[in-house]
Design a protein around this ligand. Structure first.
Ligand code: MN
Length: 478
């Protein structure tokens, strides 16, 4: 029996103790379709890599790695985050080839080689001692050219994570976009330099990351930054977007600013997502919730945009504490956050132009050939629709939607135009539904005359099971 050595928590096992295998990603799937609650809980059922040789042999482009520490919060729970994010039940299958981002209709796993890289070594007795092995494993991934996606763990890991990327891409060459309710810039907590409230101070003072390229979004804590801390942040050139600014000019405008600032200088970007940037309604399972926060419909597409439109070389999602997470809401949103990041990276790799790309069918902007012909047959020539666009009334109605979308509170003047447009929309819906019902009815009548065989076939009694999984076991057995 092997004896426990003091460095057993970080010493790697001797590979010669196991049967030899060729380096490369290890498939963990036995079946073609795996429900989310089944199988070996790698991230979304992805293949597993254990060594840098595996990453290189597999040509891996993104490696997901856990950093399970939570002593940096002083609140137990986030160490269980990586496992919760990997294992939390989600309606989707743990079958990456079946998954698709519905906004862009992209399957990131068809475009990128993504694996799970297991967890960093952590000392359950010391957050300080855990920093160096975390930095080591993130560096190990980045050195192969793959993008590390780190699952926290508390936010103390931002220090080793971003330092590792500066090790690989050059000190001062990596900027950070940091989503968080908290500024995380404190000098120390109870004298501890490594904590979830201090990582940014370490990164800037150690000159891994330039202060002016640390872009914060979503700040709103009850305690910090106080005037003294804010003075330190501003002296370092940090650019911080508080929730009040988001309320004032709207999230899309703040996001545009954050992206422009992030690209102002650095060649590369690190994306740090503290899940507590979300409103506690969307992320109750975190040690330091702060209402009111971002919605998932703000944050998730923003992450996709940043990974698509900026040179992101590393990502972390931190502070998921499953012991505080009834319903797995927080773990589910953390998982979707990573999925959106992967989709963004896939869009970038495919060279799809931004900004804020959406698939035309998903966005409702597609005019496919068939519906275009149908509209022409019905006398609805789409090229003629713009003719009334210059009309005085229509122009006013169009403008009235803009401030609503931007959450601009000064736009009350437009309320009347907005209710007018609601009225017009309602009238339109009624007219269109009446028209299309009549149209469908006429079509069905003429169809039944021209093709009586079609109607007859739908009346045939169902003899076979109606779907392919054959839940009628008796008909399958024979
Ligand atoms: Mn944080």
């Amino acid at each position: 029996m092997a004896s426990l050595t003091p460095d057993g928590w970080r010493a790697r096992v001797d590979p010669s103790a196991f049967p030899r295998r060729e380096p490369g990603p290890i498939n963990v799937q036995r079946y073609q379709f795996v429900p989310a609650y089944s199988g070996i809980a790698t991230f979304l059922g992805l293949p597993l890599c254990l060594t840098p040789e595996d990453l290189r042999a597999g040509g891996v482009e993104v490696a997901i790695v856990g950093a399970p520490v939570d002593m940096g919060t002083g609140h137990r729970g986030a160490a269980f985050g990586p496992r919760a994010i990997r294992a939390s039940e989600w309606v989707v299958a743990h079958t990456p080839s079946m998954l698709m981002d519905s906004d862009t209709r992209i399957n990131p796993f068809n475009e990128l080689i993504v694996v799970d890289y297991g967890d960093a070594a952590v000392d359950a007795m010391s957050v300080e001692d855990s920093m160096e092995p975390i930095r080591g494993i993130v560096r190990e991934i980045a050195e192969t050219g793959a993008v590390p996606v780190v699952l926290g763990g508390d936010h103390s890991i931002l220090w080793p994570d971003a330092a590792a990327l500066a090790d690989v891409y050059g000190a001062g060459k990596v900027g950070v976009v940091h989503f968080d309710a908290h500024a995380d810039c404190a000098e120390s907590v109870n004298g501890h330099l490594a904590s979830h409230a201090t990582p940014i101070r370490r990164l800037i003072e150690d000159e891994h990351i330039p202060g002016r390229n640390f872009i914060q979004v979503g700040l709103r804590s009850l305690m910090l930054p106080d005037d003294e801390l804010l003075a330190w942040m501003r002296a370092r050139g940090m650019r911080s977007h508080f929730m009040a600014e988001i309320d004032r000019i709207g999230f899309p405008a703040v996001l545009d600013k954050a992206i422009a600032e992030a690209l102002d200088g650095p060649e590369y970007l690190y994306l740090s997502i503290d899940i507590d940037v979300l409103d506690p309604a969307f992320a109750p399972g975190t040690a330091t919730p702060e209402p009111p926060g971002l919605t998932t419909r703000e944050l998730l597409p923003a992450l996709r945009r940043i990974c698509h439109e900026t040179p992101v070389v590393g990502i972390e999602v931190v502070e998921v504490a499953p012991n505080l997470d009834p319903g797995n809401t927080t773990a589910m949103n953390a998982r979707k956050a990573i999925f959106e990041c992967l989709t963004g990276l896939a869009l970038r790799k495919k060279g799809i132009p931004g900004p804020a790309y959406l698939d035309p069918i998903a966005a409702g902007t597609a005019e496919d050939a068939e519906s275009l012909q149908e509209r022409r047959r019905n006398g609805l020539d789409p090229s003629r629709r713009s003719a009334c666009g210059g009309c005085h009334g229509v122009g006013a109605v169009r403008q009235s939607w803009k401030p609503v979308r931007n959450r601009d509170n000064t736009a009350r003047d437009s309320t009347r135009a907005a209710s007018f447009s609601t009225l017009i929309l309602t009238a339109l819906v009624v007219i269109v539904s009446v028209f299309s019902n009549a149209h469908d009815h006429a079509k069905a009548v003429s169809l039944s005359r021209e093709r009586p065989d079609l109607l007859a076939s739908t009346n045939r009694p169902m003899a076979e099971p109606c779907w392919s999984w054959g839940h009628r076991s008796s008909s399958r057995a024979r």
